[in-house]
Ligand binder design. Structure first.
Ligand code: UDP
Length: 413
């Protein structure tokens, strides 16, 4: 499906689109290059897949490159990811060597040519060593919650980060002590993507049935990579407690990301824990299952995102857009999205999740009310048009020191 900016007028209004066109006029001479570590799977790839064509439609010369790495490298960066999220990880000197070696390989192989280069997350951060040779404005875009990082890993990464012109975090709580400017830009979803666009009820029903789930009984769903930080086992515990008080089925669906080697192991643990309960559906989804994911969320009664740590949690945004009541872990960007009791419910334990699930299962009006409020919250704050506006403003700021960055959605911390 081709993406045109004009199609968004009907959703976000003309003022928003006209402002984007006006801002784009001012930065059209700048080439924008995004670099990350996977083209499929996970939130960053999801955002870039949709945003890059829209930036091009605005006339901004935008490209997206992906670094290369072997399994050892992605094993190391996954451990770094967990450690930056504050998890217990064994970090060895050899791991830093693996990171440096892959960085050197990518420095030799990957071309950096943008006037503004946005490097996403820790994996490609070392490409900054190229800056003295190629020039340009370099931004480090951090999507993860680094508010309580492992000091060794953060110290290692900080040496790279300090060389950037500026950093971007998803919310003020993630801000760090850095000598470079820090900007706050929350992520976004695309309301017209296959993942989010409206679907007819019969299509939704057909997809739910195709996966063996009963569309006529309540469905609790979590869509996530199989990752311990997404706490799929906690969701299962919550479901088991809730179903003692209310009939329901559980749907845990997710795929892998090429930069996440732990997925298969976690999926195995989840399948073991599910045992032979016919009402627990564990689905391993291939990449590009967007329409199916859309339908599965639309067919659900309640969506869970019971993360223990979370950068932003696009799955929450996607569910809110579909007017679903969402129960989420009170962590990271989920807290920006679920205003407790208004646009969703924040929980701290499987017990809390179970209680909220029972409350929602028994109260269709409450489900409607939080679903509707959640949709409005996303429309106002977390759609791709707002995200593009923030990037255009940052591009402007890279060239003009006097750009008013209080206009950024998140402002500066
Ligand atoms: N996703 C997907 N297939 C899956 C699991 C997740 O397409 O099997 C998508 C999901 O819809 C969301 C993104 O991947 O758009 C996950 O982003 P999020 O911020 O929730 O978590 P991350 O995976 O980046 O930690």
């Amino acid at each position: 499906m081709s993406t045109r900016l004009e199609d968004y007028r009907q959703i976000v209004g003309s003022e928003v689109i006209d402002e984007l066109l006006m801002l784009a006029d001012r930065v059209r001479h700048l080439r924008l290059q995004h670099i990350n570590s996977t083209s499929v799977g996970g939130g960053v790839a999801e955002i870039l897949t949709r945003m890059v064509p829209l930036l091009r439609d605005l006339g901004i010369d935008t490209t997206w490159d992906v670094i290369k790495g072997n399994q050892a490298f992605f094993g190391v960066t996954k451990a770094f990811h967990n450690a930056l999220h504050g998890g217990e990880e064994t970090i060895t000197e050899e791991m830093f060597d693996v990171f440096r070696a892959t960085t050197a390989m990518n420095l030799a192989e990957l071309d950096t040519y943008g006037d503004v280069i946005v490097v996403h997350d820790p994996q490609p951060a070392g490409l900054i060593s190229r800056k003295p040779d190629v020039g340009g404005h370099w931004l480090w875009r951090c999507h993860i919650d680094v508010s309580t990082p492992d000091p060794r890993v953060w110290g290692f990464l900080q040496d790279y980060v300090a060389q950037y012109d500026a950093s971007i975090f998803s919310m003020p709580d993630f801000a760090q002590q850095l000598a470079i400017p820090q900007y706050m830009v929350p992520p976004s979803i695309d309301p017209l993507s296959d993942k989010n666009r409206d679907l007819p009820d019969d299509k939704v029903r057909a997809v739910v049935e195709r996966y063996g789930v009963d569309p006529d009984r309540p469905i609790l769903t979590q869509i996530s990579r199989f990752d311990r930080l997404k706490d799929p086992l906690g969701v299962m515990r919550a479901y088991r407690m809730a179903r003692r008080r209310h009939d329901c089925q559980l749907l845990l669906a997710g795929g892998g990301a090429s930069d996440d080697p732990e997925g298969a192991e976690v999926l195995h643990e989840v399948r073991e824990a599910a045992g032979n309960d016919p009402d627990i559906h564990v689905l391993e989804l291939p990449p590009f299952s967007d329409l199916d994911i859309n339908a599965l969320v639309r067919g659900s009664t309640i969506v869970m995102q019971k993360s223990i740590k979370e950068g932003f949690g696009l799955t929450v945004t996607e569910a809110l857009w579909k007017k679903k009541p969402v129960i989420g872990g009170a962590v990271g960007g989920i807290r920006l999205q679920l205003l407790n009791g208004v646009t969703g419910f924040l929980v701290h334990s499987p017990e809390g999740a179970a209680n909220r699930a029972v409350e929602l299962l028994g109260d269709p009006e409450l489900r409607d009310a939080v679903g509707t409020a959640g949709h409005e919250h996303v429309k106002e704050n977390f759609l791709t048009t707002r995200h593009i506006r923030d990037y255009l403003l940052l591009m402007l700021a890279m060239e003009h020191d006097d750009t008013d960055l209080s206009l950024l959605t998140g402002g500066t911390p």
